[in-house]
Design a binder for this molecule. Structure first.
Ligand SMILES: Nc1ncnc2c1ncn2[C@@H]1O[C@H](COP(=O)(O)OP(=O)(O)OP(=O)(O)O)[C@@H](O)[C@H]1O
Length: 268
């Protein structure tokens, strides 16, 4: 596997607080990695370090020479006082050839709204515009930070379907933070469960049986994943979790500690 981007033993300490601790993560060609974890776990910080927005306190981030990264943030706060069209917004940072803009607009389904002022768009339309912007430069990796967080369920489904289509049709790797793992289970090759450090990682159906995953997300989430996995893969094996069979995930099992469940507050 050709490595495109990697964090090696990255730690981030800010104001005396450990935000990331010893995080090693490698993204290769055609990878689809979904990062999950509770609020404040350091997921966005990890993405920002990997994109070079923040320097780690310890460890390093390595990128293949000439690597192109396309970034899709959680949302765009459109400024009502500066009414610019979608087309103008897309070419603000860098001019794109007309044919490329047209192709990406078609791919993301925003052809009809290219002339519209950006501040009148719906949440779903805005996210597609942000996705289009990230694709304009033909990136090697798409980095998405909870891209469907502000959409309703129908919007989320549509957006993740679009991501999966882009992943299937393009030569691109995906690194995404998402709370909606059940919606991207079928494409996700590797799930990374982060709570400042990597608690567990692996294929989605393996991770959901991991005690660390269950401690963070609870059994309900693990069962929800199992249901989705079942319907996607038609895997008719019975639920080993009930029997207490878990996979070995190396040294992460050596440390036992209590995690806050998702939705519970914590001080980091
Ligand atoms: N530049 C910074 N300086 C100091 N602390 C920061 C900085 N950026 C983030 N933090 C802190 O690091 C912790 C992790 O933040 P981060 O945004 O990475 O979490 P997250 O896992 O993405 O959370 P959420 O799911 O809520 O988006 C938080 O406590 C946050 O306040």
């Amino acid at each position: 596997m050709t490595e495109l981007l990697a964090s090696r033993r990255v730690s981030v300490i800010r104001d005396g607080k450990t935000i990331l601790e010893d995080v090693s993560l490698s993204i290769g060609e055609k990878d689809f990695i979904t990062i999950i974890g509770p609020n404040g776990a350091g997921k966005s910080m990890l993405l920002k370090c990997m994109m070079g927005f923040y320097a780690p306190s310890e460890g390093e981030v390595v990128r293949r020479a000439g690597l192109k990264i396309g970034y899709v943030p959680q949302r765009l706060v459109a400024d009502h006082t500066v009414p610019i069209s979608v087309r103008r917004f897309l070419t603000l940072r860098k001019k794109a050839p007309k044919a490329v803009l047209q192709k990406v607009a078609q791919e993301t389904g925003i052809e009809e709204i290219l002339q519209q002022p950006i501040h009148v768009l719906s949440g779903g339309e805005l996210q597609r515009v942000l996705l289009a912007r990230a694709l304009l430069d033909d990136p090697d990796i798409l980095v998405l930070d909870e891209p469907a967080q502000n959409l309703d369920v129908t919007g989320q489904l549509a957006f993740y379907k679009l991501i999966e289509k882009i992943y299937a049709e393009r030569d691109v790797s995906i690194l995404m933070v998402s709370h909606d793992l059940h919606l991207v289970m079928s494409s996700t090759r590797e799930v990374v469960c982060l709570f400042h450090h990597i608690c567990c990682h692996g294929e989605p159906n393996m991770v959901t049986r991991d005690p660390e995953f269950i401690s963070l997300f609870g059994n309900d989430m693990a069962r929800l994943m199992a249901v989705y996995n079942h319907s996607h893969d038609h895997d008719h094996t019975h639920d080993h979790e009930e029997e207490g069979h878990f996979h070995d995930h190396g040294d992460a099992q050596d440390h036992r500690h209590d995690h806050p469940r998702v939705g519970e507050s914590h001080d980091g």
